[in-house]
Design a protein around this ligand. Structure first.
Ligand SMILES: *Cc1c(COP(=O)(O)O)cnc(C)c1O
Ligand SMILES: [Zn+2]
Length: 417
């Protein structure tokens, strides 16, 4: 049984028209009276529900909080975030061979990844429930975002990182923003297991994407894409392609579409096909889509240069898999070489992204070559994090520096001009 259906009356436990529902058994819980991440009865994932769902006319202002009418609060702990570029990439568009290709660059958020959209809401909720210590497990970007938003909100922050597996730029952010950084002897999935235990024992407030409020903030990526694309192209995109790690974004975009459909703001035929991309070395979601299962099998060993999505046990799979299926999307795995090629392709258009982000473009190219994506499609690729997050990967993928003498004549000789 699935309770992804948004219909149903407001339960008595609702605070100000907001409550939580278990997506597996339908049990409802108060939103802010107690801290809870999963269902008390069946351990299922929770989803935020509202009495009132907004229409397009209710949105005003810019960034994440433009969409306050679709969020649990009117304002958050903000830096501010959202309102990211929707780039034209004309050469890539014709090279891949689709009717229209735009790139939504989430690396342009305050800490350089889309995680900021979730944290502005999540840290606001932490203040509401009155916790004194925030925590997350992270492949890097979640920790950078939580450290910054925790600092902004004046709350102690603890981050658990897989030792030796996080890009330097991301550790630098967590460090300078003053988080306590625990380097765990294990991979990301081990870090998440531990931080979930700490949260269950009441030691920390968990701000991984298991926290349903984070996904509310990330929902605004979908709202922004739809509005920007509609205003500039005259229609909604046929497809949104995104890199998938824990599948929080995939789940958040699907929730965005379901809420808009519920109010009639988006017709069923207008819902973009959600298309998830993983690195071949960490592809449990792709496996689940291919095999038609309702959850993923945990991959114990994962490896890819796309460190942000080096995840073997995507916690949001039960929310995200129906999203991919119901919107007519798919999931595809890409090789390490294809990831670097896509990173270069984007850079040639002036768009600098970290390896995980390039997966969206690599996946689109592969699906277009396979004929799964048609030439007539209008597509938005999501790029999730900034180039400088992983400077080492950028240096490996880019041009080599060339040593020259310290004189103009010497430089001209070297250039042979
Ligand atoms: C977190 C992250 C992802 C994965 O997002 P999920 O919501 O966990 O699927 C992809 N790319 C980057 C750069 C990220 O930081
Ligand atoms: Zn339940």
């Amino acid at each position: 049984m699935s309770h992804l259906d948004l219909r149903g009356g407001t339960p008595a436990c609702a605070d100000d028209g907001v409550w939580l529902t278990c997506i597996e058994c339908g049990e409802t819980f108060a939103a802010f009276q107690e801290v809870r991440y999963t269902c008390d009865d069946c351990d299922g994932l929770l989803e935020v529900r509202y009495d009132d769902l907004p229409t397009w006319e209710e949105f005003a202002g810019t960034g994440v909080w433009r969409y306050a009418a679709a969020l649990p609060f009117d304002e958050g702990v903000s830096l501010p975030e959202g309102a990211t570029q929707l780039h034209d990439v004309p050469r890539l568009e014709s090279d891949i061979g689709v009717d229209r290709l735009r790139v939504k660059h989430e690396g342009m958020n305050p800490t350089g990844s889309f995680k900021d959209r979730g944290m502005t809401v999540g840290v606001r909720v932490a203040k509401e429930v009155g916790v004194d210590r925030l925590a997350c497990a992270s492949t890097g970007n979640t920790s950078a975002a939580l450290a910054a938003y925790g600092a902004r909100g004046g709350i102690e922050t603890l981050v658990l990182l897989p030792r030796g597996k996080v890009a330097a730029g991301k550790v630098a952010q967590a460090s300078l923003h003053g988080a306590r950084i625990l380097e765990v002897d294990g991979n990301f999935d081990t870090c998440l297991d531990i931080v979930q235990d700490l949260a269950r024992q009441g030691k920390v407030y968990l701000l991984n994407s298991l926290n349903p409020f984070r996904l509310e903030g990330q929902k605004t990526i979908g709202l922004e894409i739809l509005e920007q694309f509609r205003d500039e192209e005259g229609s909604y995109p046929d497809r949104i392609v995104l890199p998938v790690g824990n599948a929080g974004n995939t789940a958040a975009l699907y929730k965005c579409f379901r809420e808009l459909q519920e109010t009639g703001a988006l017709a069923p035929a207008e819902v973009p096909a959600l298309t998830g991309v993983q690195a071949a070395g960490a592809a449990p979601m792709v496996e689940a889509i291919q095999e038609g299962t309702e959850d993923t099998r945990r991959w114990e060993e994962v490896e890819t240069r796309a460190t942000a999505i080096r995840i073997g046990n995507p916690v949001n799979a039960p929310k995200a898999l129906p999203g991919i299926r119901e919107t007519g999307g798919t999931a595809v795995a890409v090789s390490e070489e294809a990831i670097t090629r896509a990173q270069r392709d984007l850079a040639e258009e002036g768009v600098g992204v970290e390896p995980a982000s390039a997966c969206s473009v690599a996946g689109l190219r592969k699906l277009r070559e396979q004929g799964v994506v048609g030439a007539g499609e209008q597509v938005v690729c999501l790029t999730t994090g900034h180039l400088l997050k992983d400077a080492e990967a950028a240096v490996r993928a880019g041009t080599e520096p060339e040593p020259v003498p310290g004189t103009t004549g010497g430089v001209l000789d070297y250039l042979g001009d």
